[in-house]
Write a protein that binds this ligand. Sequence first.
Ligand code: SF4
Length: 734
Amino acid sequence: MLFGRGKKNPIKIADKKVSEWKYATCGYCSTGCSIEVGLNEAGKPVASRGVGGADVNRGKLCLKGIFEHELFDSAGRGTEPMMRDNFHDEWKTTDWDTALDKVHDEIRRVQEKYGRDSVAIISTGQMLTEEFYTLGKLTRGLIGTNNYDGNTTLCMSSAVSGYKRSFGSDGPPGCYEDFEHTDCLIAWGSNLPEQHPIIYWRMKEAQEARGFPLIVIDPRVTMLAQNADMHLAITPGTDVVLQNAMMHVILKEGLEDRRYIDANTNGIEELEAEVKNYDPTTAAKICGIDEDTIQNVARLFAKAGAAMQIWTMGINQSTHGSDGVVGINNLALITGNIGKPGGTSLSITGQCNAMGTREWSSCSGLPGFRYLEVPEHREEMAKFWNIDPEFFPKKRGLYQTDIYPAIETGQIKGLWLIATNPMSSLPNTARIRKSMEKLEFCVVQDCYQDTESAQYAHVYLPAGTWAEKEGVMTNTERRINVVKPVTKPHGNSKPDLWIFNRMAERFNKEGKVNFPEKAPDIFLEMAELSKGRLADISGMTHELLEKNRGVQWPYTEEQVKKGEAPPKGGKRIYTEDGTFSHPDGKAKLIPLPFIDNNEVPDDKFPFWLNTGRLIEHWHGRTKTGKLGNNNKYSPIPFAEINPDAAKELGIMAGDYVRLVSRRSDAILMAQLTQRVPKNMIFVPFHFYDCANRLTLGLLDPHSRQPAYKQSAVRIERIKDQKAAAKLSMEMREF
Ligand code: SF4
């Protein structure tokens, strides 16, 4: 039957019979969408919806947020603590006291036998900030190992390092509202529509209203590149060359902002001397972007009234990740594009609370962007926590990516993993597996008991997830928002904060250090510590955050006293001359000589291997792999192959192929697409025993972040497709 105008058959959405909506902040990406979870009369979470009055998402959610309520009772959730003597043994269920005593005793046993730093602690960007802060206090103040890091080293440490080198501190200067003011946007290695869909929507709406040019720099024709005015398909790992060439043009043609440079920066002479070597003709041969395009983009950027740069993993996950961030900052600084509406360098952060861990976890130092290397910071924190300042190390310990080689060499014997799954997320899986097998003691604390890393654990602690807990998160634009407990932790699992506090009791028998039980009280402790610092949150409370659907830092006690309302819309830092965090208040312009140290394609391994994300999934699929509505849209891994390359190799769409690198191999289904050039394969990184069997992951010298996106592989056609399909499935069975 045909329906005429006005007689359309409306889509019927099943009535979920929601009797109450509870407030939270989305627990996946760093966009920071305000979300409400709907509960039915029995108190079961049955629906999710965006919050209309929220600055960030204005009522919208992406595919992951819409189905987020399904994760509370998803498959694989841990319900009881478990223990075993050897990781080959069967798990035995135990009670919390026994499990926590065992963790305490093993940590102390390993430390007494091999030294304080022989135990490593690796956390995440997924927990709530009060949990990070408490874990930091426990680790730095009581356990005393210096080998403490977060999995944020895998996604954001280049951004952190680059910000620190340029501006003297971590902390993204811009905000989403900058899209509404910019006259030119360059996106470096950032695929917003798939990675940060709601930020993409904010950007797209602003672009449609004002028509600013969008330039996407990415080796792959990503969804964002398809929507760009200009797409620069750069040779992987050569962003610094393009940045230097753009600065060469800007400085040669006098397009820089001299007033801004003189008032706010140091190092222009050294920078000028370096970029003189990068004329566009020479640079084009290295970075693969022709000289006219380099000149045009440089002029467009420098002449724009306000120009903005964003980036994600395309910059960070490189051996030049930190330099790439500094290069972006250099470009912004010489054109005066920091701290003004529409003029900024904005790192689009990865995990929901990667910023929270950067600010408060003490992984890279001490809370509130304090450093172990600064004696006054050690003194201040020791006094605040009531510990001996000499207990603190004088400089930060190993990054996550250096902890595994230290397990290999026997320096580290014990490991506490918290909401992270290195067996899936670190490059070169075979090497990580060997490290995990060498551990004398491993405890995994996670809301899922079936993670690949838990296979190697001696104790498993079931943790609550996301909105089973209470606390705050900080998003990409420095907005702190609150998560309320929507439902109780699954089974006998406990909030991470509860677990840290119970562990603290065991390490803090004399009760010298105070560990508040409740997240709002811990937040007040953090607020006190933040006074007068860059990330000053002394004007905030949980109530204020919920009322305002998130507030950007800084928001200070003085502002509250003066009656200033929390900022609405967008707030920037480094807005005035001389406000940077280096001691002299100026930003540093840093010359960036380029040394090509990547693994590059050759005769034996002729394809670049590029890895990245899909909209349906979140990181290692620990969560989204269990959710029908996410997983069914993207159930299996695949390899994007250019149709011309496939034709030469006799590969058809849907064939299984074997990708081989110097590390290992993986069998994947071929997806033929022009999104990748003829010499590149793209593989989504979400699937276990897949992309990271192949990746090399050389490390950035400053940030120790792995170069996931620059490895070399060859493709082998497989004759027996049935056997390949079976093997491919078996490789992913767990
Ligand atoms: Fe959640 Fe990010 Fe999607 Fe927003 S864009 S709903 S924060 S996953």
